[in-house]
Design a binder for this molecule. Structure first.
Ligand code: FES
Ligand code: FES
Length: 137
């Protein structure tokens, strides 16, 4: 199996590893697990209430290299987006960008699910209805 250089770079030098203060109302936290392998990902967004843009994103992933790389890439993509734009991030964009092999596609699904879970947490905290998420698994 050959992995892309971008994947290896995100795995070896993951961006935005860390934790945001989940008690803040402008921070959304998503915690998801992959039934395929038991890996777990936590992804958080912080929304700048003045601009409506995601000003920060952090993750912690207990899992395989592809899951770490997928979440690292996701946090980079999230910054500067509106919450609606963030909702449009599709796991297949991650698959393409990192050139993930078929057995690792579920790792990118984990990242997409974590983004959506973080957005939902943010929405609920701010009095918006929870979105219905269709599982992709
Ligand atoms: Fe072992 Fe993902 S299956 S780390
Ligand atoms: Fe399960 Fe990558 S998240 S192998």
């Amino acid at each position: 199996m050959s992995y892309s250089e971008k994947l290896i770079d995100h795995y070896q030098h993951p961006k935005n590893v860390g934790t945001l203060d989940k008690s803040k109302t402008n921070v959304g936290t998503g915690l998801v697990g992959a039934p395929e392998c038991g890996d777990v990902m936590r992804l958080q967004i912080e929304v700048d209430e003045a601009t409506g843009l995601i000003s920060d994103a952090k993750f912690k992933t207990f899992g395989c290299g592809s899951a770490i790389a997928s979440s690292s890439l996701a946090t980079e993509w999230l910054k500067g987006k509106t919450v609606d734009q963030a909702l449009a991030i599709d796991n297949m964009d991650i698959v393409e960008e990192l050139n993930l092999p078929p057995v690792k596609i579920h790792c990118s699904v984990l990242a997409e699910d974590a983004i959506k879970a973080a957005i939902n947490d943010y929405r609920v905290k701010n009095g918006m209805p929870e979105l219905e998420l269709e599982g992709k698994k």
